[in-house]
Write a new protein. Structure first.
Length: 270
């Protein structure tokens, strides 16, 4: 494809994702994404079995296994406003795990169908978990121009701050990248996100350039402690209450994970 056609298709992909319900969408090149910080250090941080890590016989144990034909990653995001916390409540027996994830799966499926039928571009709809074949979504979003990694170690977008949820799919055609961006609201910020953490996950420096072999560190300055963060997530899970979910016929625990570092972020607050 020539550059003019690629530019048109890239714009169409972003707009079509929004037509299907995405709040934001962007495209990253896989050859660049392979070398992004999280992908580069995957496996260097030691074994981790906290919340969010799936342990199944099909779980991938070593590195990121990119499909041979993967050329571009399309990243989609939906806004997760304060008044809709249920978008990220994990429910037993609920298809997709959360309402937000189910919405993202639907958007990805519609976008995939459109790309394959209308544009002849094959896609690979990615699962959420790395162990099951996913990619690091925050890095992909940064490379796609959706925002930057903030001092809370989350994606921070100009439009919604860190209050977004992400999903991605890969394409077998190299589309034009829509990022990264120069957006960075965190430099002079006094980091209320870090102060809000009930487990002091940002209390001390855990990682260094020397240890990880790269300049871009978790939490920007290496202060993010995923073990401490997991303590809170485990508490959230252990204290979850039962409720009816998924059509009103399944009773199970509803886990309302901590979002205090998101809510404390001043970006995009009116």
């Amino acid at each position: 494809m020539n550059s003019e056609i690629l530019n048109i298709i890239t714009s169409q992909v972003v707009e079509k994702a929004k037509d299907y319900g995405a709040s934001l969408a962007g495209i990253a090149r896989v050859d660049e994404l392979r070398n992004s910080p999280s992908h580069a250090v995957y496996g260097k941080l030691g074994e981790y079995k906290g919340i969010g890590i799936t342990q199944t016989k099909h779980a991938r144990q070593r590195g990121i296994e990119w499909p041979e034909n993967a050329k571009s990653a399309i990243v989609i995001a939906i806004e997760h406003p304060d008044d809709r916390p249920e978008l990220d409540w994990w429910k037993d027996g609920f298809t997709g795990g959360t309402e937000g994830n189910r919405i993202l799966i639907s958007i990805a499926a519609e976008l995939s169908n459109w790309l394959e039928k209308e544009k002849g571009i094959k896609t690979n709809k990615l699962p959420y978990h790395i162990e099951k074949g996913g990619i690091f979504l925050k890095d992909a979003a940064v490379m796609a121009g959706l925002g930057c990694i903030g001092k809370n170690n989350m994606l921070v977008t100009p439009q919604y701050g860190p209050r977004v949820r992400l999903r991605a799919l890969l394409t077998d055609k190299a589309l034009l990248s829509t990022g990264p961006t120069d957006f960075d609201p965190c430099g002079a910020c006094n980091a209320p996100c870090r102060k809000a953490c009930p487990q002091r996950a940002f209390g001390e420096r855990i990682y260094s350039k020397e240890k990880l072999g790269l300049a871009q560190l978790p939490g920007r300055t290496g202060v993010y402690d995923r073990v401490q963060c997991n303590i809170q997530m485990q508490w959230d899970k252990d204290t979850a209450k039962e409720a009816i979910s998924d059509g009103g016929d399944i009773r199970g625990k509803v886990v309302r994970y901590c979002r205090l570092c998101e809510w404390a972020c001043p970006v995009s607050r009116s």
